[in-house]
Design a protein around this ligand. Structure first.
Ligand code: HEM
Ligand code: HEM
Length: 175
């Protein structure tokens, strides 16, 4: 398959939809009440879990789209920027998967009855286990922070292309 030179409309919609959802997801994650022994998930937690599962579904679809519709890095970039941008992009996919799957596992180990946007019960991935829950909670938080740092690097790189290099990299992801 020959690589396309530009991102198509579908890739752009996936990109900006996931950006918007992450923009909601982090504040909800930080602001929702801390969990403690025996508690049941409140509305903020149900929303966090539902947005998280939606992000998981979108990133899986997007990854499938990315693999079936590969896009070549901008040819004017120096080789080190082509390599590092590709690496950061794959890392972003991997970390979104890691955060969402650890979150879902954590909710499963707590044995919570959770719904997807208050509409239908969410299937759980495992049976209840308090000790596994504690471990995976740490992983969810670590993966969340790692994703946050890599997003910051990605956004700073985009800003560098707008304000320092003054090239057309940002235009590749705009309508
Ligand atoms: C990309 C998607 C996600 C992001 C960015 C994210 C981010 C976060 C953040 C920032 C917190 C707060 C951690 C803290 O207190 O320091 C959190 C907690 C939590 N998340 Fe997620 N999350 C995501 C997806 C999910 C999913 C899919 C689920 C479950 C299906 C989930 C379940 C939870 C639970 C149960 C907590 C509470 C853990 C605690 O307070 O220690 N998350 N998440
Ligand atoms: C304001 C925030 C953001 C800006 C300005 C931005 C900008 C861009 C730009 C310009 C590209 C195209 C780079 C190229 O030409 O190769 C891109 C690609 C990409 N961005 Fe972002 N981005 C932002 C947020 C995010 C976030 C939060 C994620 C988290 C998942 C993300 C994930 C990706 C991925 C995975 C690609 C590569 C697409 C592919 O090749 O499949 N971006 N972004």
């Amino acid at each position: 398959m020959t690589d396309r030179l530009h991102y198509g409309t579908t890739a752009k919609i996936f990109h900006w939809l996931i950006v918007a959802l992450l923009f909601v997801q982090y504040p909800v994650g930080w602001l929702m009440p801390d969990i403690h022994r025996g508690m049941k998930p409140g509305d903020a937690m149900t929303l966090h879990i539902s947005f998280g599962i939606l992000i998981l579904m979108l990133i899986v679809l997007r990854l499938f789209w990315r693999i079936t519709h590969p896009v070549a890095p901008e040819s004017s970039l120096p080789p080190w920027q082509r390599l590092t941008s590709e690496a950061v992009h794959w890392l972003l996919y991997a970390l979104v998967l890691a955060v969402t799957v650890t979150g879902w596992l954590f909710a499963s180990f707590r044995g919570w009855p959770v719904s997807f946007f208050f509409l239908a019960p969410l299937p759980m991935l495992s049976s209840e286990s308090a000790s596994a829950g504690r471990t995976i909670d740490g992983w969810h938080q670590a993966a969340g922070w790692a994703l946050f740092v890599v997003i910051a690097i990605h956004v700073l790189a985009a800003m560098a292309h707008i304000f320092i290099y003054r090239d057309r990299i940002m235009q590749r992801m705009l309508p």
